[in-house]
Design a protein around this ligand. Structure first.
Ligand code: NCD
Length: 322
């Protein structure tokens, strides 16, 4: 039978994907939202190798794989032979010798997923590599907006999306910029000049200085976490100052007339009272928990598209809107 498949064998970054893959992922994610999933991965073994901290991404991938009937191994950096000095490639080769099909990899080193894809045989999904990329986060963010905007991908072409905060260390920002631009959306960035990479405009985005101006014009805003653990210097004088200029508060939303109609996204974990105030994070326009729940279905869709064997009885028909 005709098996839906991604155009790529690995998901290393948004660049691995073709525009035609996106409606496939979103249709299948929607299908998994509405109906229990068949055991599409019952013969498959997926390893979650997380060499960097994670709550939602690791558990989301774990649940996504088990919901599809896969066997899942969870391997952390600490507690594995990596902490005894074994190289990442050697660790993956050891895992391969017990015959695994997929490797979900989070690593602090940018490019680690490419290295494994080049040196090993297993199919790799990037779950975040240093400050470089986080493709599944971008896909679940776009899926959240897609659902909000009536499940029509072409709507992105008329939308302006703001991304605010620590762009420099934000792998979520880079993957989101790539995907949103691929879908034809306008992307506007705002944040401390010290956390705005020089030349970022070459990615097809606009950088603006005034957060209020961005909010006044945006169809949605993605707030980013201050990535303290990746910052080596003092990028902002104080967190109070950061909040004053780039924090999203109810007062600010009211001031720019966007209190009731601006969808607010954040990949989590949230620094409440720094980049976003609790009253905004918990408000009706906050999409934060919906992002987490959409993440499960998007990851199920990706795993199915990369690893599933289909049977006629699975009835995985995909209506895609192109
Ligand atoms: C992000 C990450 O780890 O890159 N979180 C996530 O995966 N949900 C964003 C962050 O840590 O700020």
């Amino acid at each position: 039978m005709n098996r839906p498949r991604l155009t790529t064998r690995h998901l290393l970054g948004i660049d691995s994907l073709d525009r035609a893959d996106i409606p496939l992922v979103f249709s299948l994610a929607n299908r998994f939202r509405s109906r229990p999933a068949p055991d599409l991965l019952s013969n498959r073994t997926i390893v979650n190798l997380f060499v960097e901290d994670s709550t939602r991404t690791r558990n989301s991938f774990h649940l996504a794989a088990t919901r599809l009937g896969a066997s899942v191994l969870n391997v952390a950096g600490g507690g594995s032979s990596l902490s005894k000095g074994e190289s990442l490639v050697d660790t993956v080769r050891v895992l391969e010798s017990i015959s695994i099909d997929g490797l979900v990899l989070r690593h602090s080193s940018p490019g680690a997923p490419e290295l494994i894809a080049r040196c090993c045989d297993v199919t790799v999904l990037n779950a975040g590599d240093g400050r470089r990329g986080h493709p599944t986060q971008a896909l679940l963010d776009a899926f959240t907006l897609y659902r909000l905007w009536g499940e029509k991908l072409e709507r992105f072409e008329t939308k302006r999306i703001g991304i605010v905060g620590d762009i420099k260390h934000g792998r979520v920002a880079f993957s989101n910029i790539r995907l949103l631009r691929m879908l034809g959306a306008e992307v506007t960035l705002c944040g401390p000049p010290t956390l705005m990479p020089r030349g970022i405009e070459e990615m097809g985005v606009t950088v603006i200085r005034d957060f209020d101006d961005l909010l006044a014009d945006a169809d949605a805003v993605i707030m980013l976490r201050m990535q303290h653990e990746r910052q080596t210097g003092a990028y902002v004088p104080t967190l109070a100052e950061y909040r004053r200029y780039w924090g999203l508060s109810i007062d600010r939303l009211r001031r720019v007339g966007r209190l009731d109609d601006l969808p607010v996204l954040h990949p989590g974990p949230v620094n409440r009272g720094v980049e976003i105030d609790p009253e905004v994070a918990d408000s009706a326009r906050s999409m934060i928990l919906e992002q987490v729940s959409n993440g499960l279905h998007v990851r199920m869709a990706l795993l199915a598209l990369l690893f599933a064997e289909y049977h006629e009885s699975d009835q995985l028909t995909l209506e895609s809107d192109g």
